[in-house]
Design a protein around this ligand. Sequence first.
Ligand SMILES: C[S@@+](CC[C@H](N)C(=O)[O-])C[C@H]1O[C@@H](n2cnc3c(N)ncnc32)[C@H](O)[C@@H]1O
Length: 416
Amino acid sequence: MKSGAAVTLVGIGDDGCASLSARAFNAITRAQVLAGGERHLGFFKQFSGERILLKNGISEAIERIVRLADEHNVCVLASGDPLFFGVGAMIIKRLGAEHVEVLPQPTAMQWAFARAGLKWEDASFVSVHGRSREGFLTRLRQARKLGIFTDEENSPPRLASLMLEHNQVQWRAWLCENLAGPDERVRHFSIPDLAKCDDVRPLNVLILERTEPAWRPPPVIPFIDEEQFAKRIPKKGLITKREVRLLSLAAMQIRPDSVVWDIGAGSGSVSIEAAMMAQEGRVYAIEVDPEGVDICIENLRHHAIDNVRVIAGRAPDALKDIETPDAVFIGGSKGSMEEILDVVIDKLCEGGRLVANAITLENASEIYSVLRRREIVPEVTLFQVSRAEPLARYMRYEALNPIQIFAATKAAVRSE
Ligand SMILES: C[S@@+](CC[C@H](N)C(=O)[O-])C[C@H]1O[C@@H](n2cnc3c(N)ncnc32)[C@H](O)[C@@H]1O
């Protein structure tokens, strides 16, 4: 045993004791306390010490493990590699790595790739096991090969149906069940066939691989053409132009896990590009116009983006119960700019970024005066783009509306 270790975390396969190394087996033999899921504890029916069931309310069980670890040999059983989407991280966070010895097995993910005969160093991994599948489609668009832990709620056929609805059919799927156990089964599906499959076992790993050999990941900076978005007709001009989106999103300093608010989302173009950049985070698209809300939803579907939550309502009232943002974009205010800014500045996290765009002088002066009243000195960019457009046999410039971009960082609140 590692010196100073109070708990041994033992990875175990679907074949139970047969999967254990001598080192893991010895640790279990020495154990006075054995913790694990029902299935894992079931492999050790003859164990006579204290058993701790890890089920719902796992933090209580971990507290008990911590208390007992002071004076007892404690073994925690977990499937596969306890540090790969497992309980390992929680236990180490609570006890410190110096007090935990980890004896891993190959993860079910590794078995799945081995059984499918696919290399896995180029794969991405997602777990929708016991958690929301929000963002699954957004992550899918960046992946060539994906290994997925599923559960009953987010089952492989449900994920395949979601993919079908969003026209994500250029994939082959491997459904790998009861891996490394006596009932192991590995099947190969198209997405439509997987959506129809009605005999999936609960213990499974799903692998998705793209079928188009020429597929390449999408550009890191989206810069999506206005033509790629449905817009309100006849108000075609309502969409934020892509050059303006580019500067605004850059000013928002979006990170992969950012929580973003897009106030006055309109067609959702800013939300969609923000969501592509914050694929592990999420975007709240706030829009008051019912037609705008519908168009925003249509665009999300068209771009297969599912980490945007559309909020049909008027800011600032609609902002009350949304989680703290890391970045906020204000593209529309319907005459309530001052009230919106006050709420946004209060709610934004420390170090968070605020970006407000103004086309009218009135909006610009309102933004500027609220920021000054709140003792914020903004970065301001006056920005006017001209695009070359064909005119008969020639190209000539066509000017887009000038726009002012106000950007600011929320300072840390000083404690007196
Ligand atoms: C919370 S994750 C834990 C993963 C584990 N740490 C590992 O490395 O394999 C649980 C997921 O693993 C899957 N899983 C665990 N054992 C499996 C097996 N033998 N065959 C297929 N899937 C398995 C479950 O279906 C579930 O989606």
